[in-house]
Ligand binder design. Structure first.
Ligand SMILES: [Zn+2]
Ligand SMILES: [Zn+2]
Length: 80
């Protein structure tokens, strides 16, 4: 297990819900490909949103030595 919990993702895609923790992506277009087309969403700041620690990895982003599938390794989930 990694020793430190991850901090919350910085931003969330408005369309596909992908997370990013890179400052450069905040307010820019999502880079994910959905059904062979580039996602049309924008990464919006996750500040002020309610995040919950992932129940599978407890915000470590990993389960054993594997990246957590539940949260894609981010360790957090946005509460909707
Ligand atoms: Zn997206
Ligand atoms: Zn997780």
């Amino acid at each position: 297990m990694p020793r430190f919990k991850k901090s919350r993702p910085l931003a969330v895609c408005t369309v596909c819900g992908a997370y990013t923790d890179l400052v450069a992506y905040v307010n820019s277009r999502c880079h994910k490909t959905v059904n062979g087309r580039r996602c049309s969403g924008i990464f919006r700041s996750g500040l002020g949103q309610t995040w919950a620690e992932c129940g599978s990895c407890n915000a470590y982003g990993k389960v054993g030595s594997e990246s957590c599938r539940e949260c894609s390794g981010f360790g957090w989930k946005l509460l909707k």
